[in-house]
Ligand binder design. Structure first.
Ligand SMILES: Cc1cc2nc3c(=O)[nH]c(=O)nc-3n(C[C@H](O)[C@H](O)[C@H](O)COP(=O)(O)O)c2cc1C
Length: 171
């Protein structure tokens, strides 16, 4: 059985997926992992929209981001989760970040690959913000915070290096 430390030490962002669909119960497990994350003041303000790769909203976002892009911004992953949260709550972005990392780590533990998707922020919080909020089923007063795409990995990637001496100060 893997430990959280094993997963932290071996995980990487995955940007190539097989066509194998992700079973519904696995998707549900990942969504629940996001919702079980801690939130400031136990506000539990995170909402998750589950979107399959063939849903038309995926193509619309892709087109609005860059109609000429050669690569798919979701890497053709079978499923993308959009995390939205109360736009007036001070900690929404941080809470969404914690929730998405829960999902990323559990995905790795379940043999899936995933990649956090921030690049869509300009589109989802831009001039079509209200339209996309409705299309993605965000609750009233919620805004996109972060997304994560996942599926079965069709590639491997080495974990990134860390520079302890540069990035850590011990007093
Ligand atoms: C807030 C955030 C937004 C990100 N947005 C994207 C994105 O839009 N597209 C992408 O390919 N990777 C995205 N990533 C993944 C990072 O590029 C990745 O974590 C980084 O390159 C380190 O690679 P590793 O996760 O494999 O260690 C994002 C990561 C974070 C934390």
């Amino acid at each position: 059985m893997s430990t959280v430390l094993d997963i932290i030490n071996t995980r990487s962002s995955i940007r190539k997926y097989t066509d194998q669909p992700v079973p519904e119960d696995i998707c549900r497990c990942l969504v629940e992992a996001g919702l079980k994350a801690p939130t400031a003041a136990n506000k539990r303000e995170i909402h998750i929209s589950v979107v399959g790769k063939d849903h038309p909203v995926q193509a619309e976002i892709q087109k609005d981001l860059n109609p000429d892009a050669k690569t798919n911004f979701f890497y053709d992953a079978p499923v993308t989760l959009y995390l939205s949260a109360d736009e007036n709550f001070r900690w929404s972005a941080l809470d969404a970040g914690i929730a998405v990392e829960n999902i990323h780590l559990l995905a790795a533990d379940l043999g899936l690959g995933s990649v956090i998707i921030g690049i869509v922020d300009g589109v989802l919080n831009g001039e079509k913000k209200a339209e996309y909020a409705a299309k993605l089923g965000f609750p009233e007063g919620y805004r996109y915070e972060i997304a994560i795409a996942f599926g079965y990995p069709d590639t491997t990637k080495e974990p990134h290096a860390i520079d302890f001496d540069k990035d850590v100060t011990i007093l």
